[in-house]
Structure formats: structure tokens, C-alpha cells
Design a protein around this ligand. Sequence first.
Ligand code: ATP
Length: 254
Amino acid sequence: MGWWKSRHSVAEAVENDVHKNDQRSSEASADAKPLLVVEGVERTFQVGGQPLHVLKGLHMELKPRQLVMLRGRSGSGKTTLLNMIGGLDQPTKGHIFFHDLPFHKMGDDQRTKVRRKEMGFIFQAFALMPLLSAYENVELSLRMAGVPGGEWKSRVEHCLDLVGLAKRMRHRPFELSGGEQQRVAIAKAIAHRPSLLLADEPTAELDSQMAAQIMAVFQTIIRTEQVTICMTTHDPTILEVADHVYEMVDGKFI
Ligand SMILES: Nc1ncnc2c1ncn2[C@@H]1O[C@H](COP(=O)(O)OP(=O)(O)OP(=O)(O)O)[C@@H](O)[C@H]1O
């Protein structure tokens, strides 16, 4: 059994009463049990001694194997919500459950453990190590995730093949186009087999053809890696491939 099969061990270590239902084996369906639930989430920052209400009572769900988009203007609160979902920040009010774990109650260390094992992140700027090849960049993420060395080669090759870069594994980021660099970043983000991939404006730096390629890769990895993807976007042209779009205006869904 591969290391990634024990995907509930972190959750179990964090909280013993986690429901053990591996949703990956089931087909994506509107009836499936959610992977993540956001209930009445609010986030208020103190700015210059005044409260700034950024998220104003949000409810949402991410079901297994869905591609969900958060759409909204700059400043509407998309990144703030993505940070909550990824356990990087906590709500001022409300609940976030991930695999039934109460993220809103857990400490930083507990959330970090869950995040490292269960989540992958993709950013607008590709966040690759410039001196490492595509292969070495993906391998690095397996190394950092504590995956046994004997499993690296096949997993790195598999992930780069999935994103269409099997023939460019030895190229360094500056030898790749923006779209190719983003595909390396995707391979890196899925290498440790997360159940949830979070992407903040992953197509913002790309032209429409490259953006379409990224969306095609997302659809492939949802099917083959059985991951759920939640991404933010400004781009109206890519919304049609989403299973669900949450439209955000001034900290609320409309
Ligand atoms: N740590 C913080 N402290 C104070 N204000 C913050 C903080 N983080 C975000 N904000 C404010 O919250 C609002 C929403 O920001 P956020 O980055 O979530 O928007 P966004 O929809 O992701 O925008 P963009 O598309 O430009 O990234 C902005 O007014 C921002 O200035």
C-alpha cells in the first residue's frame, strides 16, 4: 500500500472522532457528502483601530471531485475566504469543517498538519524554485511532505505526465513558458496526493489559450487524482467549466 493511502492518519491524530469515509472512491455527485463546509463565516480585520468587515456571513460547500470557482472584483474578499478554507487564517465568527474537522476551533499546529497532508496550493505567480528543474521542483515537494524516497521517481514522473510535461522534466523554470511553469506548479501541488487543491487566480498571468490549458489540466486531475479544486478568478471566460460558481460582492455571495 502506498504512503498516500493512509490519508486519514493526520486527521485521526488531530481528532479521534473523525468520520472515516474515503470519499475518493465515489463519483462526484451533488448528493455526495461535502469535503468542506463553510457556515456563517465572518472575518473582520482591525484597520487603524476601526473594524473592517471583509467576509459577512458566508455559507458554502465543496463536494468531492468538484471544480468550484470564487468570482468577484478585486477587494471582494476571495483571497480572504481562500485563506480560511486553507486553514491559513481563522474566521472571526462561524464554522469551517474540513473532512469533518472543525478548522475554526483548531490551533495553528493542528491546521498546519492537516494542510500539509491534505491540501495543495497554487498561486498566481508560479512559486517554483528557479535553479531547480521541473522534475526537481516536484521532487522537492515530496521530500518536504516526508514521502519515502523510493516513491519519488514514479510519482514525480506521473504528475509531470498528467500535466503534459513528460518531455520537459529537465527544463528549469526560465526555459518554460508561463503556462508550462503553472503546469509544473500544479504537478508540485498534487504530488503528495492532497484531497483539496486551492488556487488563487491561477490563470491571471496567462493568455486565454494557456488559461484554457490550465483548466483542461484541472479537469484531468479531478478525474484521475480525485481531487477537489477551489479557485478564485476574475476571468469570466473560464467560468463555464466550473461545477459551481460562487459570486462574491463586498464580502457576501449573491
Ligand atoms: N490582513 C488584513 N488586514 C486588513 N485588511 C485586510 C487584510 N487582508 C485583506 N484585507 C482587506 O480585505 C479586503 C478583501 O481582500 P481580499 O484580498 O480578500 O480580496 P480579493 O477579492 O481576493 O481581491 P483581489 O482579487 O485583488 O486579490 C480588502 O479591502 C483588503 O484590503
